[in-house]
Design a protein around this ligand. Structure first.
Ligand SMILES: Nc1ncnc2c1ncn2[C@@H]1O[C@H](COP(=O)(O)OP(=O)(O)O)[C@@H](O)[C@H]1O
Ligand SMILES: [Mg+2]
Length: 403
């Protein structure tokens, strides 16, 4: 899969951008000084895959600041891309409307091949994998970073995942509000039945997808990691679902955490029913605490290498390599599941890597069809590599192609 054309209107610093991408696809090197718009360009492409920004707190920040002063302002991303033997068109509009004398309302419109779709329906048409320097947080940061990592990948590939996720979040909010109410004021606890059912219905979809995907991605990542570390490090991904369908070990002795656990083979119905039962068993405790204590919103995923948890004990270099493995595995997994390679977006990752990893990364890009990578310094790349790339110069929200 690859992009053939990208145009932006009022997207961050780009008031207008119109770029054709090289065909046949290859590597586009986006070069420019700091604060010129390189990351924003990758952000726009990633937005086509996930319809969410990786660092904006709100979509509103995506709209060009000047344009946002108008009564009606629209940030627009339009892409033409090739997938499964034909061209497609994807358009996203982030719209800031005026409502009443002072109010403003933000909404999003997505068109796939000219037809309006919800975000949930549109996700999965365009596939992308993004690698930012700050993504070391996936391994070193809090569990929400890892859930987000899984969610962004799974939403693109697993049918129904994005919709289940948003329905789950809504049900969770309602359920938590009710738990709080019951804990503060009391009331009929049977009111929870409905929300338990809804939470389990969507939670089971998420859980099933994560259990399968983690096992599949781990296999790919471990193989890549062995190669990147010259057979020195055995990588493991350890998924710890907060509602775990496996029976808990007796006597509260937790299994040694790196013990391989077999969670495949559960059916959706088993997970859903098990989740409801567990919620019922925890009901009094959860009313006491006023929050939902189990479910995919509390899942954890740990990265281990040679028997050590990288989040706690990994060196900078080890974490970086494990992240590189994870990102390349994500791309390979998407290819395995869909038959299409995602567009790979690498933001200044090369600057962070040592010479060997840099070479490894450049080499492993051969498989992927299209890569957009940013850099402030073209000299980080071997000349023969640059010769085979398309170079885009970015300056102050304008892009010019050429050497
Ligand atoms: N909504 C916006 N409107 C106008 N300018 C913006 C907006 N959001 C970000 N910018 C500006 O865009 C510039 C480019 O940011 P970025 O893409 O991160 O640059 P780079 O990656 O090249 O360092 C920054 O100077 C930032 O202030
Ligand atoms: Mg940047």
């Amino acid at each position: 899969m690859h992009l053939t054309h990208l145009s932006l209107t009022n997207f961050r610093a780009f008031s207008r951008l119109d770029m054709a991408l090289p065909n046949p696809p290859g590597v586009v090197l986006v070069v420019g000084d700091n604060a010129q718009g390189k990351t924003s360009l990758l952000e726009a492409v990633f937005y086509l895959a996930t319809f969410s920004s990786f660092h904006a707190n709100s979509d509103r920040q995506l709209i060009n600041l000047l344009a946002a002063q108008d009564a009606l302002s629209v940030a627009r991303i339009v892409a033409e891309y090739w997938r499964s033997g034909r061209m497609h068109r994807l358009e996203v509009r982030v719209i800031l409307d005026s409502v009443g004398p002072t109010g403003r309302r933000l909404r999003k419109e997505v068109l796939v091949d000219g037809v309006k779709r919800t975000v949930g329906q549109a996700v999965g048409n365009f596939l992308a994998v993004l690698f930012l320097p700050q993504m070391m947080q996936i391994i070193e940061g809090g569990p929400e970073e890892r859930r987000r990592y899984l969610n962004l990948a799974l939403s693109q590939v697993v049918p129904g995942y994005a919709e289940a996720l948003s329905s789950y979040q809504q049900a969770l909010q309602q359920r938590n509000a009710l738990l709080k109410l019951l804990s503060e004021r009391g009331g009929a606890v049977e009111q929870l039945d409905y929300w338990d059912g809804l939470l389990a219905q969507h939670g089971a979809t998420i859980l099933l997808a994560r259990m399968n995907a983690v096992q599949e991605m781990e296999r790919l990542a471990a193989r890549i990691h062995l190669r990147l570390t010259r057979n020195q490090e055995v990588l493991r991904w350890i998924y710890q679902p907060a509602y775990d369908p496996l029976p808990q070990p007796e006597g509260q002795y937790k299994l040694a955490i790196q013990t391989p656990v077999q969670r495949l083979g559960f059916t959706y119905e088993q997970l859903r029913r098990g989740f409801v039962e567990r919620l019922l068993a925890l009901r009094n405790e959860e009313i006491g605490r006023g929050v939902t204590t189990i479910g995919p919103h509390r899942d954890e995923l740990r990265f281990w290498s040679n028997g050590l948890d990288l989040g706690d004990f990994g060196s900078r270099g080890q974490v970086r390599t494990a992240l590189l493995s994870a990102k390349l595995a994500e791309a390979a997994w998407m290819h395995e599941k869909t038959g299409e390679w995602p567009v790979l977006l690498l933001d200044e990752t090369l600057a962070e890597l040592d010479v060997q990893r840099r070479a490894d990364l450049l080499e492993s890009q051969d498989e992927v069809q299209q890569v957009l990578m940013t850099t402030t310094d073209l000299k980080l790349f071997p000349q023969e590599f640059v010769d085979n790339c398309t170079v885009w110069w970015v300056q102050n929200g304008c892009v010019t192609a050429g050497d």
